[in-house]
Design a protein around this ligand. Sequence first.
Ligand SMILES: Cc1cc2nc3c(=O)[nH]c(=O)nc-3n(C[C@H](O)[C@H](O)[C@H](O)COP(=O)(O)O)c2cc1C
Length: 255
Amino acid sequence: MNVFDAMTQRRSHRGTFQKRAIEADDLDKLIEAARWAPSPFNVQPWELVLIQEPEGKAALADLTERAVVGQFKDPKFLDDNSRWMRVTEQEWQARGDGVLLSEHVTLPKPLQNAPEKFLEELLKNAKAFTLLGHLGAGKIPAREMATQVREAPLLMLVTMNCKRFPPGQGATRWMWLSMGMLIQNMLLAATALKIGVQFVSAPLESAADREQIRQLFNVPTSYEIVTLLRIGYVEAEGGDSVRLRSSGFVHTEKM
Ligand SMILES: Cc1cc2nc3c(=O)[nH]c(=O)nc-3n(C[C@H](O)[C@H](O)[C@H](O)COP(=O)(O)O)c2cc1C
């Protein structure tokens, strides 16, 4: 696949995957793509943990479930989220940013047929969601997300070895940049192989949860846990995505 097609056809895969495991050859290709990512002074600070056995998947699924239930009760988290949630496809396309509410959350039954205006008002007032969270509204999406984590053919913990820091005051910043490049290399390779990838950020939001992951997967304290990826062969082509127009972020000579 042409690299430009891979860039534009790549999608965050939020659906279910085919049940089959990632083939060894394809996994090698993902790792090879990762291996060639650039890093400052070529320090290559990354280490990946591949999780294919049920025990590790179940532990991460449980953590995800608990984290999401907690997030639905956290007013700040909901408020920050609501800013980027788009209720309708038209609004999403017109604004060119944010995520579609329906792609991220299965709303509780009484809200599923609610008028769009009502949902927009709810989003403007995150406190209302906190109340719903305390009434258990977070349990449905939490369980769904946990199931997706548990049933993913492959989970990957992306970690950064902070002892491999490059010289200079910006060391940490440059290392994080290279972690993004490593991940993007894998995402593009995955797209070419018809493999879907989803970031699973919920279980990494809090320091306490990251600490638990560290202990569960023997990650030394000198490593940062950068992200968790859910990986599998896609059942269907990726859906829509939106972007700002280039005039919204490109400046000529000065900002
Ligand atoms: C650092 C990072 C964290 C993300 N976390 C999540 C996540 O927890 N769940 C999710 O479904 N998507 C997550 N995403 C995917 C974004 O929502 C997605 O890239 C964006 O909405 C654009 O959609 P597209 O990737 O399909 O083009 C994350 C992306 C990045 C780069």
